[in-house]
Design a protein around this ligand. Structure first.
Ligand code: GDP
Ligand code: MG
Length: 447
């Protein structure tokens, strides 16, 4: 992310008087940075041409453009073009399960991509939204697969079905679905085996399971670190199982997931969720804007705090900065930040810098955003000192706290969860700030 920004800066500082040469230099730098983030080469070159023609067009409309304006324009154009690339479904959910009927969701993806983990996360997600959800383990290939799903399911309190003796995945899938259908389950999630690589037999198996399961929705799970192999792999899965959505896992790791853009482009299928950890709650709705911001390094903590520092109570900011240096970002830091932002006036500039917030703004406008920010402060006001000074895990360990806070602030548990998710996102960034410091001790920070 930083690389892309500094590439733009470098190109600008050596800017030539010739507008077209300037653009060429900047695009070259951006292209290199995107390729390094695993974005597919054909996509990058298409992007480059689009951007160039857009920029030349807007140049035609203005007499003179300063370097600052050019930089902003390029950043915005790159950002918009990339967002459009991953937002292939216009922000619409590809599938909405209906209550009081059996919705079958089947998972496909390579071994180790995170299918079993994501199955459970999705089951928890729907179960929290009032659906009766069951999990079926149709992975009879890997020893221990059923045990893994069973342990996850028990931890998440989701009913499950599987077999230790049956070796035919098609049969287990059919039995599990029949059982859950009979018991009027509303969402039945079928986990499959990934085996190793792109073996013919794996794809044959997907076709057969799919024929019996007749899924309402098939989800392909993709590891964010897959890189350039994403295109080929997703095409192969699309042919055998015609998935309608993608879950991108391990976005909490080092990979920025540039490869996923090729998967979306090659299959014209949207990403619906991202996995951000091993825990059952580490599932976030996919937002093209936050994803691209992260890829490009916009919305990055440091620029946010640079802005904040110029307008805020120095002491408060200092404490938060110190926390970030140590790789921490508590709910209290989050609260202070909210209050500061609300004092600052026009939200749009600032909101764009906060992951998830810019997205919210774009969808609902300034007034609505200001209202939801107030709601967030009410939620934070209802937390105890202990809760505020914590890293937020306390709520996951004791979910009853969420209910208490929701009640106390006149909001819903989902509102509380949303805040926790955003704070977790900031906390992860704080950890990456810490990791990026010169002389930072190696090894993962925190829990
Ligand atoms: P499967 O073979 O496709 O079923 O993959 P699993 O669900 O068994 O996941 C493989 C490994 O990746 C396990 O160690 C998971 O805990 C881990 N994993 C899955 N999703 C995530 C994620 O979003 N973040 C992180 N950090 N680890 C994940
Ligand atoms: Mg598995």
């Amino acid at each position: 992310g930083k690389r892309i920004n500094s590439a733009v800066n470098n190109a600008l500082s050596s800017a030539q008087s010739d507008y077209s040469t300037t653009i060429d230099n900047m695009l070259k730098a951006i292209t290199t940075a995107l390729l390094e983030s695993d974005v597919n080469i054909q996509l990058v070159s298409r992007l480059r041409n689009n951007i160039k023609s857009k920029l030349m067009e807007s140049k035609g409309n203005t007499k003179s453009v300063s370097n600052g304006q050019t930089k902003k324009l390029i950043q915005k154009t790159v950002y918009d073009e990339l967002c459009a690339l991953v937002d292939c479904n216009d922000g619409q959910e590809p599938f909405r399960p209906k209550k009081k009927q059996s919705n079958i969701i089947m998972f496909v993806g390579l071994q180790g991509s995170g299918k079993t983990t994501s199955c459970t996360k999705l089951a928890v997600y729907y179960s929290k939204r009032g659906f009766k959800v069951g999990l079926v383990c149709a992975d009879t290939f890997r020893a221990g697969a059923f045990d893994q799903l069973k342990q996850n399911a028990i931890k998440a309190r989701i009913p499950f079905y599987g077999s230790y003796t049956e070796t035919d995945p098609v049969k287990v899938a059919a039995e599990g679905i029949a059982k859950f259908k009979k018991e009027k389950f509303e969402i039945i999630i079928v986990d499959t085996s990934g085996r190793h690589h792109q073996e013919e037999s794996l794809f044959q198996e997907m076709v057969e399971i799919s024929r019996v399961v007749k899924p309402n929705q098939t989800i392909m799970v993709l590891d964010a670190s897959i890189g350039q192999a994403a295109e080929q792999q997703s095409k192969a899965f699309k042919e055998s199982s015609d998935f309608g959505a993608i879950i991108l896992t391990k976005m909490d790791g080092h990979a920025r997931g540039g490869g996923a853009i090729s998967a979306v482009a090659a299959t014209n299928t949207p990403i619906i969720f991202i996995g951000t950890g091993e825990h059952i709650h580490d599932l976030e709705k996919f937002s093209p804007q936050s994803f691209i911001s992260k890829l490009l390094g916009i919305g990055d903590m440091e620029s946010l705090f640079e802005t904040l520092q110029t307008v805020t109570n120095k002491e408060d900011t200092k404490a938060t900065m110190e926390n970030i240096q140590q790789g921490k970002f508590t709910l209290l830091d989050f609260k202070k930040q909210m209050q500061t932002i609300m004092k600052m006036g026009p939200l749009s500039n600032i909101a764009q810098m906060i992951p998830g917030m810019g997205n919210m703004m774009n969808q609902v406008g300034e007034e609505e955003t200001s209202r939801s920010m107030k709601k967030m402060v009410y939620v934070l006001d209802s937390m105890t000192k202990e809760e505020l000074e914590s890293d937020g895990r306390i709520f996951i360990d004791e979910p009853s706290r969420m209910v208490r806070v929701a009640r106390g602030s006149g909001t819903s548990v989902i509102d509380v969860e949303m805040i926790l998710q955003q704070q977790q996102m900031m906390a992860r960034m704080a950890q990456s700030v810490k990791a990026a410091q010169p002389g930072a001790a190696g090894g993962p920070a925190g829990n």
